[in-house]
Ligand binder design. Structure first.
Ligand code: 2M8
Length: 437
């Protein structure tokens, strides 16, 4: 285990460009939003100032609207598609910064949770580390507040308690079966500009990545966003992908709780506003639980129908709390049941991205089945936060066993344990460091 920690620290150092950490060295050579938040927690265990700098680099790409973009591009790097030219954000809206260039979407708002955790790690250490974070917190807080206000208003204009997303990329679970029905409806226009994928030159087994047909749709939505000049109201009226994201909503509720605690500590007076957001989104998530499967579901906002699938996003209520004790018990039991981490064929008792008992399950295909250490870590973290210590300890054990091969891969085949996707994935290294600490 000490070798694993050393290797994880080595991977994070190797993936650093100085101020930002590439999500992965070849496949994702830029900074991704939720990756950066998770990475900053891993960094906090080895270098507190660098952890703060990681989030500062991300906030440098924040839009005038408050949106924290899903990619902040390293202008020196070329090896990713779609890159800054394809997004062309600053050409379409003055809300986007010219430098650093960014994408025009966002990702789950785990950042305030990360900041709270960095603060706790630094406080435990005391001395210069604690002082560094205390000095840094007020400005980090301002970025987070603007980000949360953007989401609460721009992405939930009707006050439903559920965030609206425009692309599977915004969920962070790109090709999850969660979005199949929404993507099925998308007709790619004949004027989709030509492009060449880069991801399949890095991961040569195409089964591990989304298909070309899926990529056409991903890129088509980018064209639709540009046509609406990345303006939220225009996008919501025109884009062909429009859905609520129950997992991102739960993350947002929990992040508002964390930011409210920070507001109190800093004496900003925003606590009541942030707690109201937390309550609104907790209610939205609770109302999304499907009585048939016990899992929370997303909604297709064009048809107003629930998207009935069995993915780990269904455990969203475990992230934001608000379940009564019997409901909480039932959900933890479901998580450990043979449909999920207790499935008899699993190599390790961890959560796969899609239930192996579901017809949508595909064990090698990215977010359609493989298990992702980063999300298992996140569930360990959230289970601990809701007092479910024994279930958290079991999931932590399974995740550490999975990580023991040292490849720090992006995802794993859940039955055979084969490492898949990128190796040296930054957020997997962060997961290892935090779980070991
Ligand atoms: C994956 O997504 C990007 C697009 O954003 C891609 O496939 O090119 C997802 O796993 C996403 O959740 C993650 O943030 C990103 C970088 O690790 O890669």
């Amino acid at each position: 285990m000490s070798q694993l920690a050393a290797r994880a620290g080595y991977v994070l150092r190797g993936n650093s460009s100085g101020t930002m950490t590439k999500a992965a060295p070849d496949l994702y050579p830029h900074q991704w939003s939720w990756d950066a938040a998770f990475v900053s927690v891993g960094l906090a265990h080895v270098d507190i100032p660098r952890a703060c700098a990681e989030l500062d680099a991300l906030f440098a790409g924040q839009w005038r609207t408050g949106m924290v973009p899903h990619i902040v591009f390293d202008p020196e790097e070329r090896g990713y598609f779609p890159g800054p030219d394809r997004w062309a954000c600053a050409e379409h809206t003055q809300d986007a910064p010219v430098m650093p260039p960014t994408s025009g979407l966002c990702q789950p708002a785990v950042h305030a949770l990360a900041v709270e955790r960095i603060d706790r790690i630094a406080a435990r250490r005391g001395g210069d580390d604690a002082a560094t974070v205390t000095r840094w917190l007020p400005q980090a807080y301002e970025h987070l507040l603007a980000w949360h206000r953007y989401l609460a208003h721009g992405r939930d204009p009707t006050g439903s308690g559920l965030l609206t997303i425009y692309h599977g990329w915004e969920s962070g679970m790109d090709n999850s079966p969660r979005w199949d029905a929404v993507y099925d409806r998308i007709r790619v226009g004949p004027d989709l500009p030509a492009y060449e994928r880069r991801d399949t030159t890095v991961v040569s087994d195409v089964d591990q990545r989304p298909t070309d047909a899926e990529y056409d749709r991903y890129l088509w939505i980018v064209e639709e966003l540009k046509r609406a000049d990345y303006d939220d109201a225009r996008v919501q009226a025109t884009v062909s992908f429009l859905a609520t994201d129950v997992f991102a909503s739960a993350v947002f509720a929990a992040a508002n709780d964390a930011l409210a605690r920070l507001a109190d500590r800093l004496g900003t007076g925003d606590g009541p506003e942030l707690r109201a957001y937390a309550e609104r989104f907790r209610r939205g998530v609770a109302a999304s639980i499907d009585p048939e499967t016990g899992l929370a579901l997303d909604t297709d906002l064009r048809t107003r129908e629930w998207l009935r699938v069995q993915t780990l996003a269904g455990f969203a209520p475990l992230v934001c709390g608000g379940l009564d004790p019997p409901q909480l018990r039932r959900m933890v039991q479901l998580l450990e049941s043979p449909r999920w981490s207790g499935h008899p064929r699993l190599r390790w008792a961890v959560l796969p991205s899609t239930s192996p008992a579901s017809p949508d399950f595909r064990p090698r295909a990215y977010w359609r089945g493989p298990s992702w250490p980063v999300l298992n870590w996140f569930f360990v973290w959230m289970l601990n936060a809701s007092g479910e210590r024994e279930a958290a300890a079991r999931l932590r054990r399974g995740t550490l066993d999975q990580l023991a091969d040292g490849s720090l891969s992006e995802y794993y085949e859940p039955f055979t344990g084969e490492a898949l996707g990128s190796t040296d994935q930054s957020w997997t290294a962060a997961a290892a460091l935090d779980l070991l600490a």
